[in-house]
Ligand binder design. Structure first.
Ligand code: ATP
Length: 782
């Protein structure tokens, strides 16, 4: 049991003043501490690294594209290679911040980088390889050890502050908690407990003050689609509710109504973290199977109750007036920036990505303007309110604590372009200087809910010394005199007490009035906030209405388009049918053609065979006829030879005498040697009456006037064979071609090419030349 001591401290009250960054001197400022951590390239990914390490503080990003080599170098406070352990990162980055935290200073630590670069790994890590968060929790509890305030003695006032309550009240709260815990199913507790082990390496921070009690509080929120959700909220079947951000009486930003739990061990803290982690919005993307879709903020607040004394039993004595120092550490796992063309996100993922990118963009803008303000000593407005992320951490940028950033980098060459943007932002952030923060100690009175009056008499109670009752005895005046003195003394005491009570009442009234004024101010702020929220809600409603109208319009258009699409599909279907039919017919035609071709080939083969056979027959026949004619001719020649006897000396005169004196022979005589006369052709000239000749003359024949002209009683004269029917006319059986040409001496020679026209079995005709008569004119003088 605690007893309220009479100890009245002289508080080290530090008033928090808002100083703009640009007006403070350099010694009061410190830059944002920026570290870089490289993650190993995944083993199965066959990609090159685009990072070259120059020194423990410098690295270069390199890339070669289209024959051009690009190399950009950056300097950081420290660069952790892919081989750096989680402990190294913790020792370098988080340990100093934790040391500040246990002195009551604030710190903000966030991981920044593109998706899949190792932000969650750095901050949370794995069960056997814990990251910064579990190591922080372990280190805090390792350090404070037994110096923990009994649970619920320090209590959140629900307005971002704390109050100290009496041990009796704390005990009642503890009992209530035990009762509510006993109602939680055992299976659930066991399930949660199984996951709460991160390996603890026993890291400690030496504490300066052994007369201080510590209480650790944690809360866990996420910013998803620019809304704040409490991941530790008791849901009881509800969905997570959007929380609003508020400013407390000290102008610090906080999440209104956030569940802040006092934890007494690291395991308890991990249990809460894991419970929140299950609610945190994670999702699958092409670039990271477990991608954070929100910014998550794990807040650790360490409240110190200073200058405690200890009673005989070794228990702390809580004074009436307390000195509270509050330090807080925000561990922020930012969602990764991502390019939609790489993640190929659509729908919800796309909306998330655009919200993530917007909030990161606002963070960049705030940093840029802060830097500009500091460098150009200007006073541009920093747009913290544009995003919940920057609005929540506005105090840090204005000098309420140190800021450290770990830039996580996946060195894959595929991430080169995006890493460039990240590095640019990181480099810019290093130039921003933040006011150094100092611990703030507040004086708080111990609150007692169960007020019990000192003494109760009948129906009234009094806190003044009572006047003793005395019997009036006139015989004993001495006793009466001492009694009166006593009463006078008591009355004096009562007067003094009354005065002190008056003073106390006046002070209490003043305090109460002050508190009322504060409450009133907060009330006014809340009203303003509610008003602005209402305006936002109205605007949103208006937007929703507009969107609904648009959606309806779209639905109508969509309906029409669907109708049109159906019509077009019907047309397409019928066209497809037509095409199918045509294809079928085409195929049939091709088949038929193929068949016909085959038939024609068969018939033509047959015909050519028949034709060959006929031809052979005719040739044989003609040969036979020729042979018979030759035999006849031979016989005629023999007869002629036997008739004509030519004496060797008068041969020329004998010829003349043997040749009958026909007009033709006379002509031959007359024309002397101009014409050569052959007996055989003359005889070969057929005189058959029935024969029809096809006389093929030259266009302008030279008139012959000779005996050589064949006798063609029935004839058809042509100068040109233009048509096949000129030959194939079945009535014609003979052919004679008259050709005249001049020899080199200019003498005319006439040739008669004679032939038989033989019909062929194919319906054509064959011209078989069998005789040539030549008639040549010569000048006797030549
Ligand atoms: N330093 C490291 N050593 C080993 N593995 C790592 C390291 N950093 C990251 N990884 C692995 O890379 C993968 C992606 O890491 P992580 O989920 O932390 O990325 P992230 O930056 O948080 O991504 P997102 O922004 O999409 O949430 C994980 O499987 C993680 O285990």
């Amino acid at each position: 049991m605690f007893a309220a001591s009479k100890f009245t401290p002289t508080p080290r009250k530090l008033k928090r003043e808002k100083t703009t960054v640009s007006t403070s001197s350099d010694s009061e400022m410190e830059p944002v501490r920026v570290y870089c951590r490289l993650r190993p390239i995944a083993e199965n990914a066959e990609v090159e690294s685009c990072v070259k390490l120059i020194s423990p503080q410098e690295l270069c990003l390199m890339c070669e594209s289209k024959g051009m080599r690009k190399e950009v170098c950056y300097k950081f406070r420290h660069v952790f290679t892919a081989y750096a352990t989680q402990k190294e990162v913790f020792d370098h980055v988080a340990y100093p911040v934790l040391s500040d935290l246990l002195q009551g200073k604030n710190g903000l630590l966030f991981t920044y980088g593109i998706t899949g670069s190792g932000k969650t790994y750095t901050l949370t890590g794995e069960q056997n390889n814990p990251g910064i968060m579990p190591r922080c929790i372990d280190t805090i509890f390792n350090s404070i050890g037994d110096l923990q305030a009994p649970k619920f003695v320090i209590k959140s006032d629900k307005m971002n502050g704390f109050e100290v309550q009496s041990e009796e009240d704390a005990m009642q709260d503890r009992m209530a908690e035990v009762r509510s815990k006993s109602r939680t199913p055992r299976s659930n507790r066991k399930l949660n407990a199984e996951k709460n082990h991160y390996s603890n390496d026993g890291t400690k921070i030496p504490l300066l003050n052994e007369t201080t009690l510590y209480a650790v509080f944690v809360s866990y929120v996420e910013i998803y689609n620019n809304n704040v959700y409490d991941l530790l909220d008791e849901l009881n079947g509800r969905t997570l509710q959007n929380k609003i951000l508020r400013e407390d009486s000290q102008k610090n930003m906080y999440v209104n109504g956030v569940v802040e739990v006092e934890v007494k061990s690291a395991e308890e803290a991990f249990e809460l973290f894991n419970a929140g982690q299950k609610r945190k919005r994670m999702g699958w993307t092409i670039l990271n199977a477990e991608s954070s879709r929100s910014h998550s903020i794990f807040n650790i607040r360490v409240v110190q109750l200073e200058q405690i004394s200890w009673n005989d039993k070794g228990k702390p004595v809580i004074p009436e007036k307390n000195l509270l120092t509050i330090g807080q550490l925000n561990l922020v796992d930012l969602a990764g920036s991502e390019r939609t063309n790489r993640t190929q996100n659509t729908g919800t993922r796309l909306k998330e990505a655009s919200s993530i990118n917007n909030s990161l963009m606002t963070l960049r803008t705030c940093m840029t303007i802060l830097r500009e303000n500091q460098q150009a000593k200007s006073n541009k407005m920093v747009p913290y309110r544009d995003s919940r992320l920057t609005y929540l951490f506005k105090n840090y940028f204005e000098g309420d604590g140190s800021i450290q950033m770990i830039v996580c980098v996946n060195p894959s060459v595929n991430d080169f372009e995006e890493n460039l943007h990240v590095m640019k932002f990181a480099e810019l952030s290093q130039d921003v200087k933040i006011m150094k923060s100092e611990p703030r100690t507040l004086v708080k009175k111990t609150i007692t809910k169960n007020f019990t009056p000192a003494r109760v008499k009948g129906n009234r109670f009094t806190i003044l010394p009572e006047i003793p009752i005395c019997k009036f005895d006139t015989n004993n005046m001495d006793e009466m005199g001492s009694y009166i003195d006593k009463v006078l003394e008591i009355l004096k005491q009562r007067e003094a007490k009354s005065k002190s009570l008056d003073k106390e009442i006046t002070k209490s009234t003043d305090d109460f009035r002050k508190r009322l004024v504060e409450i009133n101010q907060e009330n006014v702020l809340s009203k303003n906030e509610i008003r602005s929220l209402k305006q936002i809600v109205n605007k949103q409603r208006q937007k929703t209405n507009n969107l609904e109208i648009k959606i309806r319009d779209f639905e109508v258009t969509n309906g029409e388009l669907v109708g049109k699409q159906e019509e077009l599909q019907n047309v397409i279907r019928s066209l497809h049918n037509v095409i199918d039919e045509k294809d079928l017919r085409l195929n049939q035609n091709i088949l038929e053609k193929e068949k016909t071709k085959q038939k024609i080939a068969l018939v033509s083969e047959k015909m050519s065979q028949e034709f060959d056979a006929n031809l052979k027959k005719q040739r044989d026949h003609l040969h036979a006829v020729n042979r018979a004619k030759e035999i006849q001719l031979r016989k005629v020649r023999e007869i002629l030879n036997s008739e004509v006897v030519i004496p060797s000396s008068e041969s020329s005169s004998k010829v003349e005498s043997v040749v009958p004196q026909t007009p033709r022979s006379q002509m031959l005589d007359n024309q002397s040697r101009r014409n050569v006369v052959y007996s055989t052709p003359r005889r070969r000239r057929s005189k058959s009456v029935g024969e029809v000749w096809l006389e093929h003359n030259s266009v302008k024949p030279v008139p012959l006037g000779t005996v050589m002209q064949p006798s063609m009683k029935k004839r058809k004269s042509v100068t040109k064979l233009t048509k096949a029917t000129d030959i194939t006319n079945p009535k014609q059986s003979k052919y004679c071609l008259l050709a005249q040409e001049q020899d080199t001496d200019g003498e005319v020679e006439t040739k008669l090419y004679k032939a038989d026209i033989v019909s062929t079995c194919g319906g054509g005709a064959q011209v078989i030349f069998n005789d040539v008569e030549r008639l040549r004119q010569e000048s006797p003088t030549s």
